[in-house]
Design a protein. Structure first.
Length: 134
């Protein structure tokens, strides 16, 4: 049975009459474009950029003047990150609710910056990086 490229979805070649019209519309056999719904879904997923996850990242904070309220910056080096990527940092519950850590981060070439009011060393349980199209 033929399959789509990215998700390995089945494309039927069954020519029996039961549900044939429906199957043909799913597989694109009855359309002027001959392009199936399964193939459209598969192609869209194939264009989706991956989400990369990093666990238990240790961060050291040093004095920084970027923000008045958060006078320390932690630098996380991860090769391949671009300034156009989006990073989502998930702090431990105690840190997240302490008010000491900025709710945002910034990305730069091979780097994620996080900001703090204190110069502690912490472990960030989860960082998700959404790759950009650029």
């Amino acid at each position: 049975m033929p399959k789509t490229t990215n998700l390995n979805l089945n494309l039927t070649t069954d020519s029996s009459t039961l549900f044939k019209d429906w199957r043909d519309s799913i597989d694109g056999n009855n359309s002027s474009q001959n392009y199936s719904n399964m193939q459209i879904i598969d192609e869209a997923v194939g264009k989706t950029k991956p989400i990369t996850m990093y666990n238990n990242i240790t961060v050291y904070f040093v004095a920084d003047t970027t923000y008045n309220d958060y006078v320390y910056r932690g630098t996380i080096t991860i090769n391949g990150i671009k300034s156009t990527d989006i990073a989502e940092v998930t702090f431990d519950l105690n840190e997240a609710t302490s008010g000491n850590y900025a709710p945002i981060c910034q990305t730069a070439a091979n780097t994620i910056y996080v900001y703090s009011k204190v110069s502690d060393t912490i472990v960030i349980p989860l960082i998700k990086v959404y790759s950009s199209w650029q």
